[in-house]
Design a protein around this ligand. Sequence first.
Ligand SMILES: Nc1ncnc2c1ncn2[C@@H]1O[C@H](COP(=O)(O)OP(=O)(O)OP(=O)(O)O)[C@@H](O)[C@H]1O
Length: 564
Amino acid sequence: MHVHNLPAEPFAAPRGADRGSSDRQPVVVARHVAKTYGRTRALAGVDLEVRAGEVLGLVGHNGAGKSTLMRVLAGLEACDEGTVTVRGRETSGEAGPRAAEFRGVRMAYQETSLCPDLTVAENIWVSSRHCLPRLGWRRAASDAVRRRLGEMFPGHGVAPGDRVEDLSLAQRQMVEIARAGLVDRLDLLILDEPTESLGPDAARSLYDYVRGLTAGGVAVLLISHRIREILSVADRVAVLRDGAVIADRPAAGLGEHDVLTLMGAQVADRAGSEPAAAPAGEPADRPVMAELRGATGSGLHDVSVRVGAGEVVGLAGLAGQGQQEVLERLWRPARRDTRVHGSRAYVPGDRQRSGVLPLWTVAENLIVTAMRGIARHGLRRPAEERAAVRNWVERLSIRGGPDAAMTELSGGNQQKVIVARAFASTADLVLLDDPFRGVDVHTKTDLYQLIRQEAAQGRSVVWYSSENAEMAHCDRVYVFRAGRVVAELAGEEISEEQIIAVSFAESDGARSGPPAESRDTRSRPSAEPDGARNRPDGARNRSDGERNRPDRARNRPDGEQSHE
Ligand SMILES: Nc1ncnc2c1ncn2[C@@H]1O[C@H](COP(=O)(O)OP(=O)(O)OP(=O)(O)O)[C@@H](O)[C@H]1O
C-alpha cells in the first residue's frame, strides 16, 4: 500500500462539481445524534448530511458543540443516541464506532494532535501507517508529507526531519492539515478552525487545495468562527446552537449578518458595534510604561517601540516578523535597550503549550494571578476570590462555570479563561500574543470593549494580532517586516488596507537591505505580492524567535511577573 497522492479520484461515479448540492451523494449522515458529558448536553439531537463534492461550513458560538459533533462524525467518539452512517453504512457496533467504516473520514484538529517529541515524518507514520510500507517507512512518510505540504502550503519551511516541538504554531497547523489528508482514500476531510493560526497566504493556499479536493468528489466539513471565510468557501452553511442544528442553508443566499443572527440575535447586535473610542489625549503626553530603544538581536533590527500608560499598542504585519520577540522582551526585560515599569501579564495564543493548567478548575486557572492582589496581609480571601471568578465567568460568558475542569471546556472557552486570567490580575501591562484564536465573534466583540475599558483605567496593552482588522481597536500600531518596524500608524491611519500595504511593500528589499525608513506609510505602494506566497507565516526565519517565545516558559502558572 502507498500513501495516496491527493487530489486524485477517491470515488467511483457518480459525482460532479457542476451538480446542485442536494443532488450529491451523502458521504456522512448524522440522525438525531445526542451526546452528554456529565451534566453538559453537548449535542441534543443533531441531523446533518455532508455530501460528496461540497464544502459544508459549520458555525456556532463557543461551546455550541461543533468539535463534539466532528469527533462523532469522524468515529472518534460514540454518540449516546442517534446514528451516524458513512457512505450508507451504519457505523456503530456494540463496542462503539467501528474504525473500518471511518477509514476515509479524516480530521485536522483545532489543537494539533501531533506528538511534539517526534519528527514530522514520525508523526505521519503514527497516523498513516496503514498506508505506508513497513520497510522504508521513514522515507515514504517523508516523501509523502513533503509533497503534500508543497501542494497545500508553498513555502511552508517545514522539513520532514524537524521535531514538531521546534515548529511555529502555523507550521504545526500546516502539518496537522497535511497529515489529515494523507490516507489511501479520502471521503470526508474535516477541518476544525484550520486558519486560526495560519496567515492569509497560507489560508488562501489551503482553500485553493480544498477546491481541488471537492472537484474530485471529496466532501469537506469546515468549522470556523470566521464567518466571511465560511461564506466565501462553503457551498452550504449549517448553524449549530446549543447542541442542535438550527439552520442548514446554501451559502449563496446568506450574508454575514444573516449567519450572525442565526447564531444568536444578541451576536448580531454586538458584532455590528463600532470599536470603543480611544481615550482622549495625545499618546506622546502619557507617561511611558514600557519601551524598546533600538533593540537589536534575536531577529530584531533597531526596533524602537513606546507604550504609554493607558495606551493600547498594536504589533502588526505578517506573522513571524519580530512581533513575538518584542513581546518576549517586554515580558522579560533583560537588556538595556528595554525598559518596563510595573508588573506584567501575558496571554499566549498557543494554549496547548503554556496557556492552561489542565488539571485545575476554571476558577483556579482564573484566580491564580489575581490571588495576591485580593489577599490581605498575606491571607487569601476565598469569598472575594469567588466573587471575582463569578464576575469574570459572567463577563466573558465562559460556558462550563467556575467548577468545571479546564479539560471539560471547549477550545474557545479555554482561551477566554486565559484572557480573563491576565485581566483579572493587577498587572500594569498586559501582553497579548494573538490572544483570540478560536474565540467566537460575539465574545471577541466583548473582549475588544474590555481592552478599551481596561486601558481607560490606565492599564497598558501590547497586542500582537494576525487579524489586521483587530488593530482598529488600538491607539497606535507598529507594523513589522523582517524584524524591523516599517511603519507606525495612529488613529485614523490604522486600517486593514494600510497595514497590508506596508506589510508587503518592498518586502524583498527590506529583508536584505538597510532598515526601511519607518513612519511614512503613505508613500509606499500597496501590493499583493508574489513574494509573500513564499514567505508564509510558518517560514523558517521564525524559529529563532520561537525559541525565545514567552510561551516556551512551560508550567509558568502565574502568567504575571512583577517589576524587575
Ligand atoms: N470531554 C469533555 N468533558 C466534559 N465536557 C465537555 C467535553 N468536551 C466538550 N464538553 C462540553 O461540551 C460542550 C460543547 O463543546 P465543544 O468543544 O463541542 O464546543 P465547540 O462548539 O467546538 O466550541 P469552540 O468554538 O469553543 O471550540 C461544551 O459545553 C463543553 O464544555
